[in-house]
Design a protein around this ligand. Structure first.
Ligand SMILES: C[S@@+](CC[C@H](N)C(=O)[O-])C[C@H]1O[C@@H](n2cnc3c(N)ncnc32)[C@H](O)[C@@H]1O
Length: 330
């Protein structure tokens, strides 16, 4: 087979039947599953632009340094054994952070396989190509999957007969899932001795809610609205049918985590057909398009510990808007 082909594994969680059911459920429950904001090439390009513009990991040198320190420490921790490495990038996005991590891991002179795992085929291929171009010696295998429906993924990747150490990255992912939904899945993914590198968007400063208000403009802006409305326009909803509004809300969790959420508030009754299904929305309905949790480092440590995950070390950007955590299952 020509090496011009990109070989990409598609997990059953992203087979068309499952994707279509999730798509319908998003519209009928008026709660858009985040995965549909990254689906098309158009959406992933819009998201990459937002990421480039607003992400501290792209714009703030102290945040970039915090990632580099975490990656250096990871390479030091790994120096002591002679196992080959599997780097599994869960929700790899554009692959920039994983690529920087690979540059540190390559100093350990260990055989390395990189699995960029993303719900978007476009983004998993972008991550794969970025790492392959910079590090041709690394084996790269992109995987498309929906983490919420892929409990068996680690079993499919793991090769127990080989002596391997898994390094799992979960960068910028925790904000877009309810913690009690995603953390059991992540915990299940981790074996003893594996390393988890995890990053979270934080609420800066001593006052949690004030901190969230400070970062609110990073969400409530035209670029983000244009990205979030794409799924509605593609389904046949018109711009004039409503307005996107952002808010800060308590998620109802016993620890009162807050998140920034975006809703499309209907200005009129709207009905449209998705294949055979009739979707009917009423004037005044609020269709949830998106949410992004903000935490503090203390909250992250407590939350991870309830799932048996220990934070070995952590680094924060100078403005405290992002934290990077080096973790291991207890
Ligand atoms: C906020 S981005 C983070 C990307 C990257 N890790 C970073 O830090 O720059 C979220 C990523 O998760 C992916 N994603 C969203 N929902 C997912 C799901 N259910 N399963 C797997 N990936 C998902 C998106 O396609 C996107 O690449």
């Amino acid at each position: 087979m020509s090496d011009k082909f990109e070989k990409i594994y598609i997990h059953p969680s992203q087979f068309p039947d499952q994707v279509y059911q999730d798509y319908l459920a998003s519209f009928s429950a008026q709660q858009i599953n985040h995965k549909f904001h990254y689906d098309s090439v158009k959406q992933s390009q819009k998201w990459l632009k937002i990421h480039e513009t607003f992400s501290p990991a792209r714009q703030d040198q102290s945040c970039i340094d915090a990632y580099a320190k975490c990656f250096q420490k990871t390479a030091e921790v790994l120096a002591d054994d002679n196992l080959s490495l599997n780097l599994i990038g869960l929700g790899s996005g554009g692959g920039e952070k994983d690529k920087l991590l690979v540059s540190h891991l390559s100093q350990t002179n260990k055989a390395l396989t990189y699995y960029p795992v993303d719900v978007s085929s476009s983004l998993s291929i972008i991550s794969a190509q970025k790492v392959r171009e910079a590090f041709p010696e690394v084996d790269v295998q992109p995987i498309v999957c929906d983490l919420l429906h892929s409990d068996d993924l680690i079993l499919l990747i793991d090769e127990p007969e080989k002596q391997l150490k898994n390094i799992i990255t979960f960068f910028g992912m925790i904000p877009n899932f309810a913690p009690d939904e995603i953390l059991p899945i992540l915990s299940n993914f981790l074996g003893k001795g594996d390393l988890l590198l995890f990053s979270a968007n934080l609420a800066p400063g001593a006052d949690y809610l004030q901190g969230i208000k400070k970062v609110f403009p990073q969400y409530d802006n035209e670029l983000t609205k244009e990205w979030l409305i794409t799924i509605l326009l593609d389904a046949g909803v018109e711009r004039e049918d409503g307005t996107i509004k952002f808010t800060i809300e308590d998620d109802g969790h016993k620890q009162h985590f807050n998140r920034i959420a975006a809703y499309f508030e209907l200005a009129k009754d709207v009905s449209f057909k998705l294949e055979g299904e009739l979707i009917e929305w009423k004037s005044g309905d609020k269709v949830r398009l998106f949410f992004s949790y903000r935490y503090t480092t203390a909250m992250i440590q407590a939350l991870l510990s309830t799932y048996g995950i220990n934070v070995l070390d952590y680094w924060e950007a100078a403005n405290q808007e992002e934290g990077i955590y080096l973790c291991q299952k207890v």
